[in-house]
Every structure is written in C-alpha cells, then in structure tokens.
Write a protein that binds this ligand. Structure first.
Ligand SMILES: *[C@@H]1O[C@H](CO)[C@@H](O)[C@H](O)[C@H]1NC(C)=O
Ligand SMILES: *[C@@H]1O[C@H](CO)[C@@H](O)[C@H](O)[C@H]1NC(C)=O
Length: 182
C-alpha cells in the first residue's frame, strides 16, 4: 500500500470503528421511543412497556415484530398453564373440582394448539385482522376457564396465571388494531 492509501485505509477504519461504538447508544434510544409510541396506543401502556422492555428481542423490532414477541410469550405462558391444568386435573378427586378443570383443559388445548398457532400464521401472512380475531378468541377461551373456576368457588394458582395470558393476548389485539389497513 502506498502512503496516501494507507492513511485513507486507517481513516476509514477509524470512522467505521467510531460509528460502530456509537451504534448501541442510538439504536437503544430509538427503540425505547418506538416501544413508548406503540404502547401509548394500548389499554395498559405500563404493562405494554414492561413486557416489551424486558425482552431483548424487542431491540430493533418493528410493530409486527413486537406483536410476534407478545404472541410468543402468550404461547410459552399458555403452555405452562396448560401443564398446570393437567397436573391439577390429575390430582383432582372431587367431581366439584374436576368439572371446572376439565373446562380449563379443553380451553387451553384450543389456546395453545389452535388459537396462538393461527395468530402466528396470520401474522406471517400480514393478515392483522384475522390475527386479532384469533388473539381475542384466546382471551374468551381463557375467560371460560376463569368463570368455571369462580363458579365452583375453586381457589387456584391458575387464577392469576389466567389473567397474565389474557393480558398478553389483549395487548397483542391493541397493537394489531393499529396495523390493520384503514
Ligand atoms: C397511535 O395512534 C394514533 C392515532 O390513531 C396514530 O396516528 C399513530 O400512528 C399510532 N402510533 C403507533 C405507533 O401505532
Ligand atoms: C380484554 O379486552 C376486552 C376488550 O377490551 C375486555 O372486555 C376484557 O375485560 C379484557 N380482558 C382482561 C382480562 O383484561
């Protein structure tokens, strides 16, 4: 390399190095703004912000990506709840407990094996309205479980877990509505 091109090389190297260093700062700042902007339009902005900020995948994600993250969380948590329902049902001896838990079993089967899978597929096809319908279906299906437990006066660790998945699904519906073409 001749002297001028060597200097140029180092100059370019330094510029890219410095811009590389400054990237984390600026990406992070705009991502925070993005999350706040998106969450402003939802029913529970604090829940929205907390849910998305706690997930490293939200860095650099667009609105659709944020819905995918929330849906993925709903699937993970939904599967945990389904497992809990199966465990509680396996232990239940009283018909008074078995009835409502059987309803919860059937509904969670729909949530994790149909609804959430449909949401993911519809999202991938950019069918935001259909995705919102299936996400709402999860909220309703879990509500059947909530009502069955309450009707039987059954105190269960499921109660708060149910609400968490419903909150995630309702949050995804809020964001999906802003993605539906007007
Ligand atoms: C929030 O809602 C307003 C009013 O409907 C809309 O103009 C804006 O684009 C929305 N912002 C986001 C990030 O969805
Ligand atoms: C979910 O959203 C619907 C529609 O806004 C609302 O009626 C329902 O109470 C919400 N569910 C929960 C568990 O917050």
């Amino acid at each position: 390399m001749s002297m001028p091109s060597k200097t140029l090389f180092w100059l370019l190297f330094m510029i890219s190095f410095v811009s590389l260093l400054s990237e984390p700062c600026c990406y992070a700042a705009s991502d925070k703004d993005m999350i706040i902007e998106v969450c402003k339009n939802t029913t529970y902005p604090d829940f929205c912000i907390g849910t998305l900020r706690s997930d490293p995948r939200s860095v650099g994600a667009d609105k659709k990506g944020l819905v995918q993250i929330i849906t993925d969380k709903a699937l993970t948590k939904g599967k945990e709840n389904f497992a809990l329902v199966k465990k509680l049902l396996g232990r239940a001896t009283d018909q008074k407990d078995k009835g409502p838990l059987t309803i919860c079993f059937q509904r969670y089967d729909l949530v994790v094996n149909r609804n959430v899978i449909d949401v993911i597929n519809e999202l991938n096809k950019n069918n935001f309205f259909s995705a919102s319908i299936m996400s709402s279906a999860s909220v309703d299906d879990i509500q059947d479980c909530v009502d069955a437990l309450a009707g039987a006066g059954l105190k269960s660790p499921l109660t708060s877990q149910n609400k968490y998945v419903q909150d995630l699904c309702n949050l995804s519906v809020d964001i999906l509505f802003t993605l539906i073409p007007k």
